[in-house]
Design a protein around this ligand. Structure first.
Ligand code: PBG
Length: 326
């Protein structure tokens, strides 16, 4: 007897009925860039369609996201002043802190507010921590990251997402949050974060390219798989509530393995370079944008992600509305 899988996929009703991967909007997180000043929303040249918003302009975007059904956002701050110790990251009136207060004032509990916790946008040298000579000094950096996470929680963050890749930061942040009564603020850690060329456009957006050297002493070597699994387990042990694998597109094997290994949810972060590639290809007419977006998203979920962080969140919500994916 010959097998006939086409009996199912040949029929649109059955094809949809037996889909193995189901997704909905509640799993989407949209990263948003906020900057100091007023009245400006500046397009990021390498990420067409993405902007740096001043706080007064941010609300239009948040409103639009909410309408599209994307009600989870992750904030990235672009400060006016940078210094050696990244003090803008943990300042009470820092850009992210102010954005959180304003978003909460306007949207109450209707939006879920997540923050990226890192120092590279705030340090004059662009590294993800404080320096000792030309090296990032792990342990003093932990204190500042914990301080940053706490200041976000105090300003209204629902969840914090440390992206620095210092050793021990999940535990340091957990302790700091707990000591100040924020026991219910979850930590979504960038546990498996590779040193990647796919972050190029983000560094333009945030002006956070390192002024010397690279991030290879703290971000991971893309040749390695087991090291990623070890990072994931360490963060679970330290108390992470969700883990991020980043980038997403070239790392689907890692998403799958981490998802199989750990007993907490895994988020895939489809980063700036993935966005830029699709936009550039579509502009040239080489690829069809919405189909690329759909396959990249479903690929991440199929690999095991239950959360998808993406600059295409609104477009994906639209694809769900029209039944292309879902
Ligand atoms: C901060 C941070 C980066 C990204 C997220 N958090 C940049 C980096 O590590 O260089 C990249 C996001 C993207 O490329 O979309 N450390």
């Amino acid at each position: 007897m010959i097998q006939r899988p086409r009996r199912l996929r040949g029929n649109p009703i059955l094809r949809k009925m037996v889909r193995e991967t189901r997704v909905d909007k509640s799993s989407l997180i949209y990263p948003i860039f906020v900057q100091e000043g007023t009245g400006s929303c500046q397009e990021i040249p390498t990420m067409p369609g993405q902007y740096r918003y001043t706080i007064d302009q941010m609300s239009n975007k948040l409103e639009q996201l909410k309408k599209a059904g994307v009600d989870r956002v992750m904030f990235f701050g672009i400060p006016d002043q940078k210094d050696e110790v990244g003090s803008g990251a943990y300042a009470e009136d820092g850009i992210v802190q102010k954005a959180l207060v304003e978003a909460r004032r306007q949207f109450g509990e209707e939006l879920y507010l997540i923050t990226d916790v890192c120092m590279c946008e705030y340090t004059s040298h662009g590294h993800c921590g404080v320096l000792q000579g030309r090296e990032v000094d792990n342990d003093p950096t932990l204190k500042l990251l914990a301080k940053t996470a706490l200041s976000h929680a105090q300003a209204g963050a629902d969840m914090v997402a440390p992206s620095d890749m210092m050793d021990g930061r999940v535990l340091a942040i957990r302790n700091e949050l707990d000591d100040h009564g924020f026991v219910n603020v979850p930590i979504m850690s960038y546990a498996v974060k590779y040193a990647s060329g796919f972050y190029g456009p983000f560094r333009d957006a945030a002006g956070s390219a390192p002024s010397f050297g690279d991030r290879k002493s703290y971000q991971m070597d893309f040749h390695n798989r087991k090291e990623g699994l070890k990072e994931a387990l360490t963060d679970v042990e330290e108390g992470a509530d969700l883990l991020i694998v980043k980038p997403a597109l070239a790392y689907q094997d890692i998403i799958r393995q981490v998802a199989d290994l750990v007993d907490i949810p895994v988020a895939a972060y489809s980063v700036s370079g993935e966005y830029a590639m699709v936009k550039a290809g579509a502009k040239l007419g080489y690829v069809e944008e919405s189909r690329m977006i759909a396959e990249m998203a479903i690929g991440a979920y199929r690999a095991g992600a239950s959360v998808y962080i993406t600059y295409f969140a609104e477009e994906i919500a639209g694809l769900m509305d029209s039944g292309v994916i879902g």
